[in-house]
Write a protein that binds this ligand. Structure first.
Ligand code: G3H
Ligand code: 13P
Ligand code: ZN
Length: 305
């Protein structure tokens, strides 16, 4: 099936109250797992790569691999550049074949963020590619997010931002954080704020840092020798509620990383004679496919392809 833009799969999602999973990849096995899960669940899906994934594998190699595999899948797939921080990288992505890009200028003051995003939107829209932008600051791996109120997305600014940039999707900061460390206690998303943003902004909203960080998977990895530190991830009930309120794209990376890690550790411990990468990584691929299928069902996109 030909590739689609994020806009093509996110607009119906927002309209009909479900969300599409956007899963990060930097290798063949993760890409294979994401696509197999989407096909098994008959779900539209977004496969995304960050700038650090590009540094790891190279943009040309990633795009060739993902687009080749995605076109063979019988579900709509968008290939998205996640957290494009450098306009030069984003512009290269637009030229080379991503069907969707994120320009993340959220570290800049509002007006400068608008100017940078507007420039990218112009170039992307000329090529029919959709653009995600971010307003507010979604915290990183080691940042504790409680009482970071001033970093959350302001609904009034969101309205102005979307109107002036003409971006196709908006990443919002409402209490999630990237990585395994999410918050001191149970993360509590700011639903009142999310509701206000959704009322002010017609485009699909994006939830970053949305991994559940399953304590059982962490415990499994730690049982087989990992020393992963984590706090509680975003509970499924809060993800479901966010989707009902207008979140149409949910970004997942950490969940697949820990599933991969736990599966490889377990496989090597339980198969001490294993040395074929296809056996070792095959076990991890199956575990990741299972995790992606679970997410797709949670987000309500199963059967929407
Ligand atoms: O927000 C994006 C990721 O979860 C961090 O990914 O390590 O590929 O930059 P990265
Ligand atoms: P997690 O770290 O919660 O998986 O978030 C991933 C993400 O937001 C990618 O952009
Ligand atoms: Zn993110």
């Amino acid at each position: 099936m030909p590739l689609v833009t994020s806009r093509q799969i996110l607009q119906p999602a927002r309209k009909h109250g479900y969300a599409v999973g956007a899963f990060n990849t930097s290798n063949l096995e993760t890409t294979k797992a994401i696509l197999a899960a989407a096909v098994a669940q008959r779900a539209p899906v977004i496969i995304q790569t960050t700038e650090s994934a590009i540094s790891y594998a190279g943009m040309d190699v990633l795009l060739a691999m993902i687009t080749t595999m995605a076109k063979q899948a019988r579900v709509p797939v968008a290939v998205h550049l996640d957290h494009g921080k450098h306009p030069t990288v984003v512009r290269e992505g637009i030229q080379k074949g991503y069907t969707s890009v994120m320009i993340d200028a959220s570290h800049l003051p509002l007006q400068q963020n608008i100017t940078v995003v507007r420039g990218i939107v112009r170039s992307a829209h000329q090529k029919g590619i959709s653009v995600e932008a971010e307003l507010g600051r979604i915290m990183g791996t080691e940042d504790i997010i409680t009482s970071r109120e001033q970093l959350f997305t302001d609904p009034k600014e969101a309205k102005q931002f979307v109107r002036e940039t003409r971006c196709d999707a908006l990443a919002v900061a409402v209490g999630t954080a990237h990585g395994l460390i999410k918050s001191r206690g149970e993360p509590r998303l700011d639903f009142a704020r999310l509701r206000e943003i959704a009322a002010a902004v017609p485009v699909p909203l994006v939830l970053h840092g949305a991994s559940h960080v399953d304590p059982q998977i962490i415990a499994l990895a730690n049982r087989y020798g990992a020393k992963l530190r984590h706090t509680q991830g975003i509970p499924d009930s809060q993800i479901r509620k966010a989707v009902k309120l207008g979140v149409a794209k949910v970004n997942i990376d950490s969940d697949l990383r820990i599933v991969f890690d736990a599966a490889v550790r377990k496989f090597l411990k339980t198969h001490p004679r294993a040395y074929d990468p296809r056996d070792i990584l095959g076990a991890a691929t199956r575990a990741m496919q299972h995790a992606v299928e679970r997410k797709i069902r949670l987000l309500g996109s199963a059967g929407k392809a």
